[in-house]
Design a protein around this ligand. Structure first.
Ligand code: AMP
Ligand code: MN
Ligand code: MN
Ligand code: MN
Length: 284
């Protein structure tokens, strides 16, 4: 079992815990090294690091950048970044800037589908209004009794192809990798298995093209063990990691006590063939 966790969220993006509460929970679960990887924002890092230092956990500065690649939305995790690197700061700010308009459109689309007036409700769940996203809408639709849980909201309203889904242009892959690597970080493809399931998913050939392009652009890691992979996918992405000489990362993708399939830490070991990403991260 791994007591490392290099992917999780605080309420700076769409997690429910503050950075302090998140790190306290990780410590309570025996996590020895962690990264906070909020979507498109690094504002939680200083607080999280201070608490991690107090509690004796190694802390890695992270971020999860939203990217549009071909017709797909991808998430690229950056680990070991300097959060003050100006191109990263400016890049993340540009990625966040579209979220307000998108939220307005989501609310309009949901109204057409018979679910009216949800914008203010969604914002109520966004501790950081600049980071308003689908999860905040989902939480409100659960609270207001439209669906029984967040998962059902996505399946019914918010997943690609559903009535509340609004297509959006995020960062491009080359830029996201350049921001991360320029900031001294390692770019990691988050939860790749997720891009291969569902109606609009990529096939094996496209996944291979993505991995090849990612490596050419300076990407160095891939999540092999994540809360969103099955056992089979651990093995599948361990093979891809070997084929493309990528470092293997692990993270829960924890968003909150009520919502996550996986809680912080206590992740299964990486397959034997993997080169663990923590061998190149400075853990302090
Ligand atoms: P956004 O960046 O606003 O498009 O929101 C993306 C976030 O929505 C992801 O990081 C997840 O936290 C959440 N999400 C996406 N798809 C699902 C799903 N099928 N079920 C539950 N949460 C999801
Ligand atoms: Mn999320
Ligand atoms: Mn993600
Ligand atoms: Mn995530």
């Amino acid at each position: 079992m791994l007591d490392f966790d290099f992917h999780c969220h605080s309420n700076i993006s769409d997690g429910t815990l503050t950075p302090t509460e998140l790190v306290q929970r990780a410590a309570g679960r025996g996590v020895k090294a962690m990264a906070l990887t909020d979507h498109d924002d690094v504002d939680g890092l200083d607080e999280a690091r201070a608490v991690a230092n107090e509690l004796g956990i190694a802390f890695v500065n992270g971020v999860e950048v939203s990217v549009t690649w071909r017709s797909h939305t991808l998430h690229i995790v950056g680990l070991g970044i300097d959060p003050s690197y100006p191109p990263l700061v400016a890049g993340l700010s540009s990625v966040r800037s579209g979220r307000g308009m998108r939220a307005q459109k989501m609310s309009d689309e949901l109204a057409k589908a018979g679910v009216g007036g949800v914008l203010a409700g969604a914002y109520k769940f966004a501790s950081n209004p600049n980071m308003i996203g689908r999860t905040h809408f989902a939480r409100y639709l659960v609270e207001s009794g439209h669906c029984k849980d967040v998962k059902s909201v996505f399946n019914r309203y918010l997943a690609k192809g559903k009535p509340g889904y609004v297509p959006h242009q995020w960062a491009n892959l080359a830029d996201a990798i350049a921001w991360i690597t320029g900031a001294g970080g390692i770019a990691v493809i988050a939860h790749p298995g997720r891009y291969m399931v569902g109606k609009h998913s990529m096939g094996k050939k496209t996944m291979q093209e993505l991995l090849a392009e990612f490596v050419t652009l300076g990407g160095r890691g891939v999540e092999v063990v994540t809360g969103s992979h099955t056992q089979e996918q651990y093995a599948e992405f361990a093979r891809y990691a070997e084929q493309f000489q990528l470092l293997a990362s692990c993270g829960s993708d924890f968003h909150g006590p009520q919502e996550s399939y996986r809680d912080l830490g206590r992740l299964p070991d990486l397959p034997m063939s993997c080169k663990p990403i923590w061998e190149v991260l400075s853990l302090h």
